[in-house]
Structures are given as C-alpha cells and as structure tokens.
Ligand binder design. Structure first.
Ligand code: ZN
Length: 178
C-alpha cells in the first residue's frame, strides 16, 4: 500500500477493525509518518458455504466475525486480535482454492484458532457450535484442554466468569451487593 503523501511502498498498521465484511485499517507511512486509512475486502464472491441441510450461501466474513466477537466478549484480548483471527481464517479458507466449503470446515477452522488463542472463548464457541448435549460432554472437552499443553500466553480467568450460563450484560450500578 503506497503512501498517498510520499509514495513510499511500506506502511505499518496502527489499528484494525471489522466494519461489516470490510476491514478498516489505520496505517502510517514508514518513511514520512503520514497517517491514512484503507478499507480492504478479500474477494470472496465465488465461494459458497454448504450448510448442514445442503443449502448454499455465499461466504460471509461478517458472520464469522460476529460469532468470534460473541465468544470473545469481555475477554482481555489486545486490540486487533479478533480481526487478525478472522483474517487468518478467511485466508485459510481461500487458500484451499475451492469454490464450495462445508460450514463444518469453517466451524472447525474457527475452533482450531480459538483453541490456540483463549480457552474460555474456545469453550464458549464450541458450546454453541458443537451443541454439547449435556454437562458431561462439556466437561470432557474442558478436561481435554486442561490435559493438553498450556497456551504460551494463556489469558487470566476473569473471576466470577461462568460459562455454564449465557453471559449477561451487566448494567453499571445494577449489581446488588450480596
Ligand atoms: Zn510517506
């Protein structure tokens, strides 16, 4: 991405966020320091997702991003982590070079990445996606995580965080003292 000010070829990304199916990036020229914004969208028009009931729908980056955002809600992730994750998943799917991809493959790709990123977000996503039939199958998944190798930079657990019930948004000032 050439700098619109001095035409230098390289820039660094200072901020990145998803806006629908577009990624808005704040960039800074590595030469003159000029700041500019780019909107990027990967060409995905020719990829179809095959759903469980065999219906096809076109690939929707925003849908994946929303699912991941939900799973990562209130997790102490550095800015841009989720966008990077969605980028990685998108390129992984695109790099298969296939015109049709099963929705299950998309789900697995998301889970594999989340597993490496944050176990709480992973369990949240998996509990929706895998539709754990009961607490035993959920416990089994958690046990597998605990038995596996710890993440290089596992995030701290938020005290009181409970993923057995849906995460509710707490309004400031409405929390009653016990
Ligand atoms: Zn420049």
């Amino acid at each position: 991405m050439k700098c619109p000010h001095c035409n230098y070829e390289d820039s660094k990304v200072t901020d990145s966020r998803d806006v629908d199916d577009t990624v808005r990036r704040r960039r800074q020229c590595l030469d003159c320091g000029y700041r500019f914004t780019t909107y990027e969208r990967i060409q995905t028009g020719n990829i179809s997702i095959i759903k469980k009931d065999q219906r096809r729908e076109s690939f929707d980056r925003g849908k994946i991003a929303r699912g991941i955002h939900k799973a990562c809600e209130k997790r102490p992730l550095p800015t841009g982590t989720i966008e990077k994750l969605v980028d990685d998943i998108e390129s992984e799917l695109m790099s298969t070079g296939r015109a049709e991809i099963r929705s299950s493959a998309v789900g697995e790709a998301v889970m594999n990445r989340l597993k490496e990123l944050d176990h709480i977000a992973y369990i949240r996503f998996a509990s929706v996606y895998r539709d754990f039939a009961d607490i035993t199958s959920l416990k089994k998944e958690v046990d597998t995580l605990i038995a596996g190798k710890p993440l290089a930079s596992q995030l701290p657990l938020i005290p009181g965080e409970d993923f057995s019930t849906p995460v509710k948004r707490r309004k400031a000032g409405t929390v009653k003292k016990p």
